[in-house]
Design a protein around this ligand. Structure first.
Ligand SMILES: Nc1ncnc2c1ncn2[C@@H]1O[C@H](COP(=O)(O)OP(=O)(O)OP(=O)(O)O)[C@@H](O)[C@H]1O
Ligand SMILES: [Mg+2]
Length: 305
């Protein structure tokens, strides 16, 4: 990620076309934002287009605009996103889903920075910085003939690759803490930290949905959490299936309950700085029972003072 940050700061100073690659939820849109707002175009428009969200028959008029009467429903002239982005940046998200006929027109904009509105004859010129993103394998699409090779080379001037979360394990904790604080704040919750077993589960999981999945998972945990710390049982079931992710050993019910009891006891002791009377109170039990269990699980409350 340090490399990514360095690339962002390098490329922000230029006008080069940027292609952001990476799995879903790795933060491609954040990178696009960051490039625009760190560039000398930051005061000019930043126009985002999600190419996958616009129906194919509308995408040309969306990007390039149309003249009045260009097609049924074109009741008045409409500027396209490229015109709106003049002097600024256009972000073409999910560029891999663009159809070949639109690819040809895009290629021309990339090469000449000029185009015509749909149904129009006047050639328009724009000064636009282009950032594109995709989670698709464009090289494969080029091989298969669904993505034009010449467009690919025009886009691939300055590629930035966002590594998946499972390949930057140390970021998991940093991001989890960051989201914890944000969502606790936003929801007026007193949640302050993650318990050690919860951290272990977060670290062991493979995060197919990357940062977005982690963010959702922490937001949900914060909302479910009635205590000061997020515990493993606040995390979603996908993380609980420890057998696949290797987080949880194959436990009997008794052992699982014991593990949970121990976790809660340690947590209560941490929160009360080893004050066994308060800790017992937190867990709504008696000092006698608390001390008995602590001893049974080999937890020495004096170490938490
Ligand atoms: N480094 C980060 N710090 C904080 N939040 C992040 C970070 N990276 C990603 N996120 C958050 O994760 C979520 C997904 O990020 P983003 O939308 O940029 O991903 P994406 O790569 O564009 O995903 P997709 O391919 O599905 O469109 C967003 O809510 C974003 O704010
Ligand atoms: Mg995105």
């Amino acid at each position: 990620m340090r490399e990514v940050f360095q690339m962002i700061s390098q490329v922000s100073r230029s006008h080069a076309t940027v292609l952001i690659r990476g799995e879903s939820g790795t933060g491609k849109e954040l990178v696009a934002n960051s490039i625009h707002y760190n560039s000398n175009r930051s005061k000019a428009p930043f126009v985002k287009v999600n190419c996958a969200a616009i129906p194919n028959n509308l995408i040309e008029s969306e990007l390039f605009g149309h003249e009045k009467g260009a097609f049924t429903g074109a009741v008045k002239q409409k500027p396209g996103r490229f015109e709106l982005a003049h002097k600024g940046t256009i972000f073409l998200d999910e560029i891999g889903s663009i159809e070949p006929d639109v690819q040809v027109r895009l290629l021309r904009v990339l090469q000449e920075r000029e185009f015509e509105r749909v149904g129009g004859h006047k050639t328009l010129k724009v000064d636009v910085r282009i950032i594109a993103a995709t989670n698709k394998n464009l090289e494969q699409a080029v091989d298969e003939g669904t993505f034009r090779g010449d467009l690919y080379y025009r886009l691939n001037v300055f590629p930035i690759y966002m590594p998946p979360l499972r390949e930057r394990k140390t970021d998991i904790l940093l991001l989890a803490d960051f989201f914890l604080e944000r969502y606790a704040d936003e929801n007026g919750r007193e949640v302050k930290r993650l318990s050690t077993p919860a951290i272990d589960m977060l670290m062991a999981y493979h995060w197919p949905g990357n940062v977005r999945e982690l963010e959702n998972c922490i937001e949900r945990a914060v909302l479910l959490c009635e205590e000061g710390a997020i515990h493993s049982y606040h995390l979603p079931p996908s993380l609980q299936t420890g057998r696949e992710s290797g987080t949880l050993p194959d436990l009997s019910l008794e052992d699982a309950v014991a593990a949970l009891e121990k976790e809660m006891i340690i947590d209560a002791l941490k929160n009360t700085r080893g004050n066994i009377t308060l800790a017992a109170e937190v867990l709504k039990t008696t000092v006698r029972k608390f001390a008995y269990k602590a001893k049974k699980f080999g937890v020495d409350y004096r170490t938490y003072r």
